[in-house]
Design a protein around this ligand. Sequence first.
Ligand code: AHR
Length: 548
Amino acid sequence: LFVNASDTSPCPIPDTLFGIFFEEINHAGAGGLWAELVSNRGFEAGGQNIPSNIYPWSVIGDESMLIVATDRSSCFDRNKIALQMNVLCNNGGPNACPAEGVGIYNPGFWGMNIVEGKMYKLVLYVRSLGPIDVLVSLTDSQGVQKLATANIMTSGVKWTKVEILLKAKGSNYNSRLQLTTRRKGVVWFDQVSLTPLDTYKGHGFRNDLFQMIKDLKPGFLRFPGGCFVEGDWLMNAFRWKETVGPWEERPGHFGDVWKYWTDDGFGHYEFLQLAEDLGTVPIWVFNNGISHNDEVNTSVILPFVQEILDGLEFARGHPKSRWGSLRAAMGHPAPFNLKYVAIGNEDCEKFNYRGNYLKFYDAIRQAYPDIKMISNCDASRAPLDHPADLYDYHIYSDAKTMFEKSNYFDKAPRNGPKAFVSEYAVTTADDAGTGTLLAAIAEAGFAIGLEKNSDLVNMASYAPLYVHVNDRRWNPDAIVFNASHAYGTPSYWMQHFFKDSNGATLLSTSLQTDLTDRLVASAIMWQNPVNMNTYLRIKVQQLPQNRV
Ligand code: AHR
């Protein structure tokens, strides 16, 4: 490999080249990066009609002791469902409740990780017919070992907010939250939340999972999907307005593509905050009136366009503007640095895509001339028939194909929009499984090609980012976690290897080898911001034959 380090025309690599794509898939956010420990905290997982779905809440005690049901008596207008517990047994006498009491418990997302000495904040809303004492406890998975307890005395039919700090006196990564009583009567609960106090800057991000993406030094954060943005049906798509404001008032929604409920605690504001905390550039992918199975016709798309303009005002508007004031009230008076949006996800072939796209494009261009817009249509071989700043390119393939694509962008036109490879991964089961070295090596070959074409390819991200071991909707993924632990797959460490490329200088290289179709190489010069030393990094990648 010949590296010309004294190149007279070295190429700067964009600061944004290697970033991350966060999608609410595999419980990446709900039960993952978002540190809320209660799953289905508003008892709304079945929607706003009764009976709703309280899963994974479960009942402690049988029907001779208590009856648990949902009703629509909540004090929150956008999520009316509350849980009613009619306790039939009593504290002593012939119809005595069991010593451990009766009630409900929530196991979180396949177990709550409770750590000795750590503080947890419990918030819940409660009301009752007559005074009832309720025991709040964090226990092991069987409800036997008590890790933390507190008593609540309910005070009447009016909803009351209760906030308690619990200090864990033991550790258990498979814990649950219990609400129990031994007093006959009727009690209602709503919006029950338990969060560790110890999250990144108190912003609600689970520290270990946050640190793993911070370590990648991402040049951007694309969010919140993916198919999650589209929905199988529009009624189940992510709608930003339903995800902002006080968490208790968010209705939550069922993500029908990846088939799970989210309380939307991790909403539009929190995504923008995450990008800021990572020190990176947010890229908001919004629904353009198209889902997997239904579409809004272009002739009636304007309310959807207005919704997105409002979302931009929320992110960037003056703190006294209509939506900017909500952002300010949520704790961020200064605008977020939102400069990129993607108009839809993988919708280029849909009937209304171009029509809808142009309505969004024109309105955003007029209101926010500096915002860069990303089209779903691929311009790597033929020019687009519509204006765009970047075009989206996705590739999921076997290892050999991925590796061979390292020179794909060599032949792409340079006179149109820039390329955004927003999803790439080796996915075939044989090559990739749930994460293999072969897949990572092939992806590294591809990423070397992106680096060498970074005059055109300005952004690239592997997908998906996270997977909870108990909800593998998609394999493979970069970061695997459960309630208490996390590790990076080889594809995570492949990305880690490219973390110094953003903003580095690409040097010209030439490779002399008989293995031209099986070797790729690049060289970069980069400066370490800590010690200010300049480094040369050479990457030579060969496609191995077998899965490792
Ligand atoms: O990354 C998983 C999925 O793959 C994304 O949701 C979608 O954009 C693509 O089809």
